[in-house]
Write a protein that binds this ligand. Structure first.
Ligand SMILES: [Zn+2]
Length: 303
């Protein structure tokens, strides 16, 4: 399941689309799209207008927060020529689409000249003015494409998320985690507290910081929050450098696998010896997710 490093790797791989105009968009499955600009009560249905799908817009920016990726675009310049005398702030015209990769989603960039048969699970395809193509495919359909009618709509949505994991400060982490009585593992998975950390990097960060995943979040010490914030930033940055973890489905925007799975010290290693102390890595279901930790390096001080 793609977490922050995987989504950041996809974002970087898509950079060649910046500055290009979207000339077409083919929607093969309407129900993967949520149209927030729609007046209908069900934003998964109904006709989509060209501009909300970015047709005729020039891509200006690729922004990421946590596990979400936004493609930000501005309507065609020629439309604005007529309005130039009214000096409308260009920022106000920007719109965005947000991609949630879910469990198995992929956003792939290719050249539309390439003779490839479209994969079975390709749900939306955008074509750019230079023949580049962006395809959203998602076999398990836990992912989605959200159309935001304005940048404000995007920013409002993202303001509900916690700070981004890659830059999280000890103070922000502590403030967020002290709001909950749940375990620290559950707190790290809650995107409203900290954005971008999922099961893999939560386990790896807790191991790196020497904190037991069952510890009660708000009972951690000041020093533990400092250590944990540092570990989260370090683990996420190392994973970005390794271009994300490929366990099953994940591929970057150029259909390449990542190698961050080779850095995992506890995730997926239950029953194997700890790389630090040789104790057996244990695992249990926590927050309905398999959680792995070292009983020696991550002692449970509450017992
Ligand atoms: Zn250990």
């Amino acid at each position: 399941m793609p977490e922050l490093p995987e989504v950041e790797t996809v974002r970087r791989g898509l950079e060649p689309i910046i500055g290009h105009q979207v000339v077409g968009c083919r929607v093969r499955r309407r129900d993967v799209i949520r149209d927030l600009g729609s007046s209908s009560t069900n934003n998964r249905r109904g006709k989509l207008n060209d501009q909300s799908l970015l047709i005729g817009c020039t891509i200006t920016e690729l922004r990421r927060h946590g596990k979400q990726l936004a493609i930000i675009a501005c309507p065609d310049q020629t439309d604005q020529a007529d309005r130039s005398q009214t000096t409308i702030d260009k920022e106000d015209l920007r719109i965005a689409i947000v991609i949630h990769l879910g469990m198995s989603g992929q956003l792939l960039r290719s050249n539309s000249n390439a003779k490839t048969t479209p994969a079975k699970h390709v749900h939306v395809v955008w074509t750019l003015d230079d023949e580049q193509r962006i395809s959203f495919q998602d076999p398990r359909r836990f992912g989605k494409v959200v159309l935001h009618p304005s940048l404000t709509s995007l920013e409002n949505d993202w303001s509900k998320l916690g700070d981004d994991g890659v830059t999280i400060s000890a103070r922000a982490l502590e403030t967020a985690c002290r709001r909950t009585s749940r375990t620290i593992k559950a707190a790290l998975l809650d995107q409203k507290l900290i954005a971008g950390v999922g099961n893999i990097y939560a386990d790896e960060s807790l191991f790196d910081a020497g904190i037991n995943p069952n510890a009660i979040s708000k009972e951690l010490t000041n020093d533990q929050f400092k250590a944990l914030a540092y570990s989260i930033r370090k683990i996420l940055k190392a994973a970005i450098k390794a271009r994300g973890s490929t366990l099953r489905d994940y591929r970057d925007a150029n259909n390449q696998s990542g190698s961050a799975q080779l850095l995992h010290k506890v995730y997926g290693r239950a029953g194997e010896p700890c790389l630090v102390c040789s104790s057996t890595i244990c695992s249990a279901q926590l927050v309905q997710r398999t959680t792995c930790w070292c009983p020696q390096c991550q002692p449970d001080r509450t017992r």
